[in-house]
Unconditional design. Structure first.
Length: 328
């Protein structure tokens, strides 16, 4: 039996992460037994206190076992906890020594969505790659600079330390774990039952790039505003350096520190975000949108767009614009 231990944290927990994990592994047991195989998963809710946690003012979740009681986990699942990051981390600090101790004893650990903040607070992500909700990426990088955030990824697997992307993409990680503990056939069965697209690798197509403004570097903010207002132009680092009277190397360094992007990356992200909106809301063809955001090389535009979103311009337009699909 694999002991699946789902944390019952304090705070604004995404109840779907707890309920979804509980249902997924128990349903996997049903699948196994329907095929004449023994159930594999023993699923427990693990709390730091005996009191039931109330989520969304309506739903009470009571732990099956406490971290102070004898309990050997094979997989610990950390649900998403929303709200103020520092408060969520502080409120759940009793879990961290237990998670670390269990990991040292052989347990694997998986965080779902912004549960990555709690996982990072244990220290187990230091020097590793992880994902989280794309909307929380800037906060995560600021709070945990020693963790390599790959926010475009749906799943990361760092030798038994797992993370998932944002919101409902935690289902992709659950199916990935079911496959790891059972086999491919069980994963396919689970994906069909829950109607989850299997082997989805990137959440980049869902990302909305808003720029990173939570910094105090005024010259960088001015450069960002200029880029965003003049996305149709060909903008160079030298041009920005001269415009804001900042040396090129200094601007590059400060820009990267403030936004987590190089100047060139930021320019590309802004152009691609405008292009995405063009594909979503107009019936313009690929070349028309490309020209409007300042690209003249179709191959270069397609390459940058797909690298950023995980989809080609045509795939993106067809996915998010029904009127464009009807026109094809």
């Amino acid at each position: 039996m694999k002991q699946i231990s789902i944390l019952v944290p304090k705070g604004a927990v995404a109840l779907s992460c707890i309920e979804g994990s509980f249902v997924a592994f128990n349903k996997a047991n049903d699948f196994l037994e329907s095929l004449g195989r023994p159930a594999l998963f023993n699923v427990k809710l693990v709390g730091a206190t005996k009191e039931a946690q109330v989520y969304d003012r309506l739903f009470r979740v009571t732990p099956d076992v406490l971290i102070t009681e004898p309990h050997k986990a094979d997989l610990i699942i950390i649900p998403a906890v929303n709200g103020e990051r520092e408060v969520a981390i502080s409120d759940n600090q009793d879990f961290y020594p237990w998670i670390v101790q269990q990991h040292k004893a052989g347990a694997e650990v998986a965080s779902l969505c912004v549960g990555a903040f709690l996982l990072a607070a244990t220290g187990l992500l230091q020097g590793r790659r992880c994902s989280t909700h794309w909307l929380a990426a800037a906060d995560f990088r600021e709070m945990f600079p020693d963790v390599e955030l790959v926010s475009e990824k749906i799943i990361t697997d760092e030798h038994g330390i797992y993370t998932s992307g944002g919101a409902n993409s935690f289902w992709n990680l659950l199916i990935y774990l079911i496959e790891k503990y059972t086999d491919r056939d069980m994963a396919i069965l689970a994906s069909k039952y829950f109607e989850i697209e299997i082997d989805r690798d990137s959440q980049a197509a869902f990302t909305i790039f808003k720029g990173q403004r939570e910094h105090q570097d005024e010259s960088v903010k001015q450069a960002q505003e200029f880029i965003e207002q003049n996305f149709m132009e060909k903008i160079t680092v030298e041009q920005l350096s001269t415009m804001f009277a900042v040396g090129r190397r200094s601007l590059e360094r400060r820009f990267k520190k403030a936004t987590s992007n190089t100047v060139s990356e930021y320019i590309q992200r802004v152009k691609v975000e405008v292009a995405k909106k063009g594909f979503e809301s107009s019936r313009k063809n690929i070349n028309e949108v490309m020209w409007e955001v300042g690209y003249s090389d179709t191959k270069a535009f397609r390459t940058i767009f797909k690298k950023t979103t995980g989809l080609s311009p045509l795939e993106y337009r067809n996915k998010y614009n029904k009127s464009a699909m009807k026109a094809n």
